[in-house]
Write a protein that binds this ligand. Structure first.
Ligand code: ARG
Ligand code: ZN
Length: 879
């Protein structure tokens, strides 16, 4: 398992499977520590390959028996290790192989394969967990029909579920019972799932576009049924939306979701039997925030949408992961945009893309949307594959337009249904329907890094021409020293001095299609004639390309855009850019012992936004939030001093709080509602604005704001408002903070998801005592290194979400997180590896911190017996 022995898997080495599997019959006898699995595989040689030996993957398996066509195999005709089953001389034609293995679900702390979560047996097979259940050609291009028989104690596991439709069930001797499930759709092994446990169930139905009735069930632990309603509603809306937006109908008689409390990721799209992290199913107004509700809506949609993009059409190999993930993220983002506010969703997604993906793309873990090589595939479920993968799909839509995009999707579904496909096959569909050559566009899948586009503008009064000169660069990333020019679609507009859009007439060449300027060379100049006055450029509208943009626009230009741009995204962006310029300048001032300056134009622009009755409250809330510490750090890029960043940002928030105090207070009062809580987007937007106002008022340190926060905490009838008030008290280290935290704990001690918030909040405080608190909290009775949600809530929030305290100048933050990583790794490698990615920015810090972070990374690397997952991250981070 050590890295030095872990082989590199390369896309260029892909070979079709030697053996195909037509059917799989599984017989699973559930037992807490000794579950017996009998698998009968109908194997046949792949006509396009020339099989010699049969080699099946395993992982930690114990073989009990092996039969070929019903006859036990001679011991010298096969070799079985925990990781591999080899039959050197298999038959030349089809045959059945019956494999009996023994697995221990209780000892499975990796949460991959068959494991137990609070007594419930469940599975997680993506990416390579099926081989921890039985020996199998565990790769996505081997698709088979599965029948699963599960047997268990009736009292321990009254509920027995697997993929597909239930075909038989019944009682057996001695409190045992069984169920048989059959999935008529071919699928890869990573989509297999089974569940056994004592679970409660919420049921509903959905009538599809062709009038078939589908049973919908959400299974949760007893006592949690009351919190599954929103997830069910989101599921039904997802099913309808996929019919309306993409013409995709559900294809089984039943769709099931099971929520478990121990899960490595968000959720999993197993055919007909999604398994979810509790966090993305359970919600009620008094236990979940508006953000939690939005998260549930999008993850429910995401997993449901995988039924067509992932399950019906799957990936040929794991290098194609973005084929299902990027596309499905794109689909869930579109769903949310239709359910809620498109501009607000776009801004939220871009903030997230920059915070997670841009950071990844500029550091040692940078990789292409379609990686060319990996050692551990679980380390590639990344923001690049998911979020940048979605941006790439979105750009295809921007290039060819909505109708041709839909036609391309229709062609993709029609042509590749039932197949394991590649990115080339996907993009080819759009090339065909639009007639556009997509060769250069494919570089988005192959070249890592965030392109930087520099824009220079010039107005010639005499000739009345306005010229924009664009230049693109793409910095080297690991393994890719030289890059080729990308095809970058930039939606744009030109504003007159009153902020009205001018018609775009491009006299020079064909580089503008509709309102999209296509930058496909290292440099490009475009001139606009007949300009009676100097226009103001609005470029990369809607963030049409995932790039870093540097322009020569002035403060006055941005003020005009912030006020008038017809593209709401660029209104928000103009404010962010203005604030970011100020913040970067102030960080420099602070570093040479100076004081931060204020920016009257920015305050005036924010006042205007706050006063604009035509804007959605959720949009105003986003505009009022200054760039995050991470945004500032990313912009600075090197020799970073996080304390100065924190101070500069705090100074700006204080300035806004003081100078817009009356307006903020007014907004706060005006948005105070006596209506009962509803999680809908409009109500959530009003709460968001009100809580941003509260936080900015508190940034002044004035006690009336803290009194308001304390009152809001006590009076809140919903988790959003209660949590926001508590967060304000904790972040500003306000009086009453300790009492409120104690009160919060005792109110919600029984609710694990709420207690996760309690841990997170304390871990994200910028106060210098935070590390001591976090360390002490690891001994809290409610803390456990075994539960991924808890680890992420406390240690993850500290490492990924607390710039100043994780990156303490004395290195104590690094030491603590490195110790935690080493403690978690033997139990749960995926969780440890995820946590270790917090170190990926280490080279961007000033010398002192950089040296300390590097020392702790080296300490992890030199530790014996690291998992392949963790070793891979640490090796790459240090390379
Ligand atoms: N396919 C799942 C999703 O996007 C993610 C599961 C990944 N799990 C893993 N262990 N790598 O919804
Ligand atoms: Zn997914």
């Amino acid at each position: 398992m050590r890295t030095d022995t872990a082989p590199v898997i390369r896309l260029s080495d892909y070979q079709a499977p030697d053996w195909l599997v037509d059917t799989v019959h599984l017989d699973v006898n559930l037992h807490p520590t000794a579950t017996r699995v009998r698998a009968v595989l109908a194997l046949r040689p792949n006509p396009t390959a020339s099989p010699a030996a049969l080699v099946l993957e395993g992982d930690g398996l114990a073989l009990i028996s092996l039969k070929r066509d019903g006859v036990p195999l001679a011991p010298d005709s096969y070799v079985a290790t925990p990781d591999k089953l080899t039959i050197a001389q298999p038959p030349h034609g089809p045959f059945t192989l019956e494999i009996e293995t023994l697995v221990d679900p209780t000892a499975n702390t990796q949460l991959s394969g068959l494991y137990r979560s609070s007594g419930t047996w469940c599975t997680q097979c993506e990416a390579e967990g099926f081989r921890r259940i039985t020996y199998f050609p565990d790769r996505p291009d081997v698709m088979a029909i599965y029948t699963t028989r599960i047997e268990a104690d009736k009292s321990e596991a009254p509920v027995l579920l697997a993929n597909g439709n239930l075909v038989e069930s019944g009682d057996l001797d001695g409190d045992r019972h069984f169920a048989v499930w059959h999935d008529p759709h071919k699928k890869p092994s990573y989509l297999f799932a089974l569940v056994g446990g004592d679970l409660a169930c919420v049921e509903d139905t959905f009538t599809t576009m062709s009038s078939r009735e589908v049973t919908l069930r959400i299974y949760v632990e007893h006592g949690k049924e009351g919190r599954a309603g929103y997830a069910m509603d989101a599921l039904k809306r997802s099913m309808r939306w996929d019919e309306e937006a993409f013409g995709r109908e559900y294809d089984l008689d039943i769709f099931m979701i099971v929520a478990v409390s121990d899960f490595n990721m968000g959720a999993m799209e197993n055919k007909g039997l999604n398994v979810f992290n509790d966090k993305y199913v359970l919600a009620s107004g008094d236990t979940a925030t508006d953000a939690d509700f939005a998260g549930i809506e999008s993850v429910i949609a995401h997993e449901y949408f995988h039924n067509w993009t992932g399950n019906r059409i799957t990936c040929r190999d794991w290098f194609q992961l973005c084929l299902k993930e990027g596309l499905t993220v794109y689909r869930d983002q579109e769903f949310t945009s239709d359910m809620r506010s498109r501009p607000v969703k776009r801004i939220a997604d871009v903030r997230n893309l920059r915070a997670a993906q841009f950071v990844e793309d500029s550091g040692p873990l940078a990789h292409p949307v379609r990686p060319a090589a990996y050692k551990e595939i679980n380390n590639f479920y990344t923001a690049t594959v998911y979020e940048k993968g979605s941006e790439v799909v979105r750009m295809i839509g921007t290039l060819i337009g909505h109708d041709q995009f839909r036609a391309g999707m229709d062609l993709y579904f029609e042509r590749h249904d039932g197949e394991a496909a590649t990115v080339e096959q996907f993009v080819q569909c759009f090339a065909e329907v639009s007639g556009r050559d997509m060769t250069q566009f494919m570089r988005w899948y192959a070249q890592a890094g965030t392109p930087e586009v520099t824009v220079k503008t010039r107005y010639d009064e005499e000739k009345r021409t306005y010229t924009i000169s664009l230049k693109q660069t793409l910095a080297p990333t690991p393994g890719q020293p030289d890059k080729e020019a990308m095809l970058i679609p930039l939606r744009m507009g030109l504003l007159d001095k009153n902020g009205k859009d001018l018609p775009i007439i491009n006299a020079q060449d064909g580089s503008i299609v509709r309102d999209v300027l296509i930058l496909d060379k290292p440099e490009l100049t475009v001139a606009f004639d007949g300009m009676a006055e100097r226009p103001v450029l609005s470029i990369n509208r809607g963030f049409s390309a995932p790039i870093k943009l540097v322009t020569d626009l002035t403060g006055a230009d941005f003020a005009l855009l912030a006020r008038h741009d017809s593209d709401p995204f660029n209104r928000w962006q103009a404010l962010q850019t203005t604030a970011l310029r100020l913040l970067i300048d102030n960080v420099s001032r602070l570093r040479v012992g100076g004081v931060p300056r204020a920016d009257d134009h920015l305050i005036a622009a924010l006042a205007a936004i706050l006063d604009d009755a035509g804007l959605e409250p959720a949009f105003i809330a986003l505009c009022l939030m200054p760039p995050g510490e991470g945004d500032i750090a990313r912009e600075i890029g090197r020799d970073i001093d996080p304390d100065k960043i924190q101070r500069a940002r705090q100074a700006l928030r204080e300035d806004i709080g003081i100078r817009l105090g009356a307006e903020l207070s007014h907004a706060y009062e005006r948005l105070t509602s006596s209506e009962p809580y509803s999680p809908d987007a409009a109500s959530a937007g009003r709460r968001a604005l009100r809580n941003v106002a509260l936080d900015l008022m508190a940034a002044t340190g004035a006690s009336p704001a803290f009194t308001r926060a304390s009152e809001q905490y006590a009076a809140a009838d919903n988790m959003t408002d209660r949590m926001a008030a508590l967060s304000t008290l904790v972040q500003h280290d306000a009086p009453g903070r300790a009492e409120a935290l104690d009160d919060f704990y005792s109110r919600y001690a029984e609710n694990a998801l709420v207690i996760d918030k309690w841990f997170s909040l304390q871990a994200s405080s910028p106060h210098k005592s935070t590390l001591d608190k976090v360390r002490a909290l690891t001994s809290h009775p409610a803390f456990s290194m075994g539960n991924p949600n808890r680890v992420r809530a406390l240690i993850g929030a500290f490492a990924h979400g607390n710039l100043t305290q994780f990156n303490r100048a004395d290195g104590a933050g690094y030491a603590f997180v490195a110790d935690a990583i080493l403690e978690i790794d033997p139990k749960n490698p995926q969780l440890a590896a995820r946590l270790a990615t917090a170190f990926r920015t280490w080279r961007t810090f000033e010398t002192g911190r950089r040296t300390l972070a590097e020392a702790h990374l080296r300490r992890i690397r030199s530790h014996g017996g690291l998992s392949r997952d963790l070793a891979d991250i640490v090796e790459r981070a240090l390379a």
